[in-house]
Every structure is written in structure tokens, then in C-alpha cells.
Design a protein around this ligand. Sequence first.
Ligand code: SF4
Length: 349
Amino acid sequence: MNPAPALIRWYRSHKRDLPWRDTSDPYAIWLSEVILQQTRVDQGLAYYLRFLERFPDVKSLANAPEQDVLRLWQGLGYYSRARNLLATARIIRDECDGVFPHTYDQLLVLRGIGPYTAAAIASFAFGECKAVVDGNVVRVLARFFGIPDASDTPAGMKAFRRVADELIPESNPAEFNQAIMEFGALQCTPRNPSCETCPLRAGCSACNSGRVSELPARKKRVAVRDLWFYYFVPDNGPSTWMRRRVHSGIWKGLHDFPCIESDKPIPHSALRKMAEERLALALPPGTMKPSAKLDHVLSHRKIHAVFFETGNVVMGKNRPEEYRQVAWKEVDDIGIPRLIDRYLEGRAM
Ligand code: SF4
């Protein structure tokens, strides 16, 4: 079943009355799409109207000082959107004689305009048959057709674009795009979609197989691993000991202090012997009291770091070869991980 006719019928009787739907001005459509990228419709509406009043066309925006644009944007967040908006307006003024490009391919070249926005402008303003694919569209397609691809991968997005491009009717691309986006926003919502009253229900794969909550699928997340790093921080007056991490997958090329790494916690009573055997560090009595404990989260690991300040100790000859003496004043310049930076910030206080 092709859901396009039912989606368009549904749209005509359910669509919200929004000002950017009543225009074919590419500038106004672009503005609305950029504002709505990370902003709810009810919040974005006032900004859209204010922007259009202050900068009614692309030339007036292009001629505005950046400060004015940022001030008007205040409260919307993600200020790079405003900067890109202004940069693109200036390109259109300077390189396109102030006239908005008319095709998807030309729009895509402009800074800050990705496939979604280019398709929205090309179809809404110029009637080009280009499907928009945003989160709402992905959800409707994944559920209706039972598409298992992960929507947050490039391959998955390609699959959704292909399906959307096959569905979009040449006779009415703009209304179809509006319809499927609005349907995803109002009817086929992320949680508790209104399946009972849905005009697509008879043909909906997810609804008929009880998989509504599973779709759209997302890439499986890699589990976060806990690691324990026990650092010994020698202080030999003007210098300390550090190593350049050459073997580890974490922070390769950066420097940290002598360290015992473990995938489980180690009792502090066992650390003195380990430091001597593995790092050739003879720790004086009284140094096994941690001076700092920091948790540090990386993409797939959580590091529980414990720092022991060892005072004036020297690493013995049997130390691992990557360790060397480093002057304290050099430490900021040789490249250190953020965790070590955080420790040093606390230490300096
Ligand atoms: S039946 Fe439910 S899951 Fe299927 S398209 Fe309609 S609202 Fe979405």
C-alpha cells in the first residue's frame, strides 16, 4: 500500500496553521527550517515572526551586523545556526546577486544547508520533487514499512531517503513533504502514537506486528567499561615523571604520570608493592593516602582515577622505558589528557 494519498488527505484536515506554510518565499522557508532545527514550533514561531519583521529578505539579513543577528537569536541557543544563516545570506548577496538558488543541488552547496533543508526549500518554494527526511519522516517510514535499518547511521539514512524518494508524488511534492512531517509530529509520535485513529493502520507493519515501540531502530550502543587508574605523582622540585602513552588506545600520544591501570578496583594496601614492581617506584611511608579522586567519562569508558602525591621519589632504572623526567613548567605544553589537566587545576589551588 502506498501511504501517500492517505497522508495528504489526513494533512488537509489536521494541519496546524503555521505562517511558513502560507508562503513560497525561499528565504522565509529557509529561516523557518533553520529556527525549527533545534527548537519547538511554539517557541520558534515568535522568533520567526520577529526575524522576518526585522530582516524581511535575504539582502537585509546579509547587510546586518552579526551582533544584531545574534541579539535577535538570543534564547534559541546553538548560535552557530545564526552565524551560518548570516554567512549564507552574505554568499547569496555577493555570489548569487541576492537571488536564492532554485534547485536542490545548488542549495546543497551553501554553508549551513544540508540535505534536509535543501529538500525543504527546493520542494516548498520551487516545487522540486525532493523528499525531506527528518526524524518525523524516518519514524513514519520505519513503522509503516517495518524498516529495520538504524536511522542514526549513514547507511540507514540512505535507505530511508530511497524509500521517501520512491513515495513522493511528482504532482504534489511540497504537500506530501509537509504531510508526512506533520503526521510524524502529531499522529505517529515517538511515544504513544495514536494508532487507534490512524488512517494508515490497516497497512502499518509495526502496528500489525506489535513493534511500534521498537521502531525506528537505533544503532546498538557500546557498553561503557569501568577502569581504575592509580596515579603516582612524583615531585622532584622543578620536575616530575611522566610517560608518553604510546601503547594504549586511550589518549595515544598524550602524557600522564606513572600509573597502574586495572579493570577492577585495587586495595590501596596492594598498590605500594605493585608500584615498586611495575614502575620501579619506591614509595616513602605515608604516601598511600590519596590526594585526589576524579571520575572521568570517555565515549566508551569511565575512568575512576586516584592520585597519590609521592613527594621526592625517583623512578628506578628498571622503570618502563616510556617514562622520563619532565620539568613542571613544560607540562602544559607537551600534551596532556583532560583528566590530568583537571587534576593539575585542583592541585594548583
Ligand atoms: S498505525 Fe501507529 S505506528 Fe502505524 S503509522 Fe499509524 S500511528 Fe504510526
